[in-house]
Design a protein around this ligand. Structure first.
Ligand code: TNX
Length: 451
């Protein structure tokens, strides 16, 4: 038993396949039965040796995780129980913004361990923005070498070599997490324009940027060189990314003319499908017609949409697209917890409490969508003001645990709410795992942490 925690040893102390967060070799009898469905599992602990039947390898991974999280009695024995479990949503994602404040590879690997322990399965890496470009691109080397030098608030910057990026992807894959790389285009491109001013509109002289404004930068969508740039960058990103999705951004292009925006997004999305990948973009891309079938839109406006936003999502679905929901008033964990906080933003309808992070219902956000239009949900941690892993974690946790439960568990019965009091009791127990691994989290007053 883990001393003092009342829990089984963490995966870190098991004979795990590849280090912390990978409970891959916890002793159990495992069988795969595809009839159970993707990610589903059954776990039975009434005999000497736990038994697992899983729909696939991801389900078996989740089963082992559940096993490693069971409380053991004073005699060191597991409780006898039978769990039949499956996730509500196949896409349970987190966006990590490494463009504003860069995070080194080891920090990203540690964050992946945090996500895996909550059965989250997508890491959306926001790799480029006005403040910095964070990935080596051989055909356009100044992107990293020059665009990688800057960061928010005068931070040092940095960038991932291709080997760095492969390490992140492999560590994620060992935990059944798919990395979704985002190259934010054609806006949010100031760092790229500093590296290659010929991609900017005539007369624009880009300078490194450390602030938190958005919408001021754009590639020149009337310049054919921009399309060659886009094709070469996306090709290299695809080569590094075995997952099915490539995120091309498309948000807040306030300086891009509407027609140029629509043409650019259409062409960039086609480039992605030409690389054998599924294009993902922020929900604004729905305003461009002619998007490829199966395109994915990520919704970032509020749980009660402002004018025009829901229409773009519906337009995307009408073109054969699917939706990921990231309502910023409940799932952006770079927001403050309370108005008194010093750290965090508040533009998304004010602070976001743990209760708000837990209490929303995905199917009611955009009128006219069926649950089958939803690929899933994603939380976000943007980092204009978050420097380093501890800051990211203390804004993400415990809200990300609330999000993970909402992403995994069945919808509450009609007219019912999720049981917040029950969640906070379970959370107090779960937090011992964060304590044991030294993960920073906010001890919000809604939870009795000593219970
Ligand atoms: C909005 S929501 C952004 C990001 C910022 C974030 C800060 C969206 C698609 N873009 O550029 O970093 O707010 O909370």
């Amino acid at each position: 038993m883990q001393p003092g925690t009342g829990l089984l040893p963490l995966p870190v102390e098991l004979e795990s396949r590849s280090g912390p967060g990978a409970p891959a070799s916890y002793p159990a009898d495992v069988a795969i039965d595809p009839a159970l469905g993707p990610e589903a599992y059954q776990l039975t602990t009434d005999a000497d040796r736990p038994r697992i039947v899983a729909g696939d390898a991801a389900g078996a991974f989740s089963a082992r995780l559940t096993l490693s999280q069971l409380p053991v009695g004073p005699d060191g024995r597991l409780p006898a129980l039978r769990v039949a479990d499956r996730p509500r949503f196949g896409w349970r994602g987190v966006l990590l913004d490494v463009a504003r404040h860069f995070l080194g590879v080891d920090d990203v690997l540690a964050f992946l361990d945090d996500l895996a322990d909550l059965k989250l399965n997508r890491l959306h890496l926001h790799l480029t923005d006005d403040q910095g470009w964070r990935l080596q691109i051989d055909s356009w080397p100044r992107l990293a070498e020059v665009g990688g030098r800057s960061g928010s608030q005068g931070s040092a910057g940095g960038w991932y070599s291709k080997d760095d990026f492969r390490r992140i992807v492999a560590h994620a894959a060992d935990r059944h997490i798919v990395v979704v790389p985002e190259v934010d285009l054609p806006g949010h491109t100031n760092a790229a324009l500093v590296a290659y001013p010929e991609l900017a509109c005539p007369g624009v002289v880009p300078e490194p940027y450390e602030g938190d404004e958005v919408g001021f930068s754009t590639l020149d969508t009337a310049n054919e060189l921009v399309y060659r740039f886009t094709a070469e960058v996306l090709r290299e990103v695809a080569e590094l990314s075995p997952g099915p999705w490539l995120h091309l951004g498309g948000d807040e292009c306030l300086s891009t003319p509407d027609e140029g925006y629509a043409e650019y997004v259409r062409r960039a999305a086609r480039l992605v499908t030409g690389l054998g990948r599924i294009p993902v973009g922020w929900h604004e891309i729905g305003q461009a017609g002619g998007l490829p079938d199966g395109v994915v839109g990520q919704y970032w406006n509020y749980t009660i949409p402002e004018d025009g936003h829901a229409a773009r999502v519906r337009s995307l679905v009408a073109q054969g697209g699917k939706v990921i929901l990231s309502p910023s008033d409940v799932a952006y964990f770079d927001m403050k917890y309370t108005a008194d906080d010093l750290l965090g933003q508040d533009w998304a309808e004010g602070p976001t409490s743990l209760r708000e992070a837990y209490g929303w219902e995905p199917t009611t956000v955009i009128d006219g969508l069926a649950e089958t239009d939803l690929l899933g949900v994603e939380a976000a941690v943007f980092t204009e003001y978050l420097c380093g892993l501890d800051a990211v974690r203390s804004l993400a946790f415990p809200r990300l645990a609330a999000f993970a439960e909402l992403a995994w568990s069945p919808a509450p019965a009609p007219g019912q709410q999720r049981d917040f009091a029950g969640f906070t009791r379970r959370l107090a127990g779960y937090a011992r795992r964060w304590d044991a691994r030294g993960v920073s989290y906010r001890r919000v007053p809604e939870v009795d942490w000593e219970a």
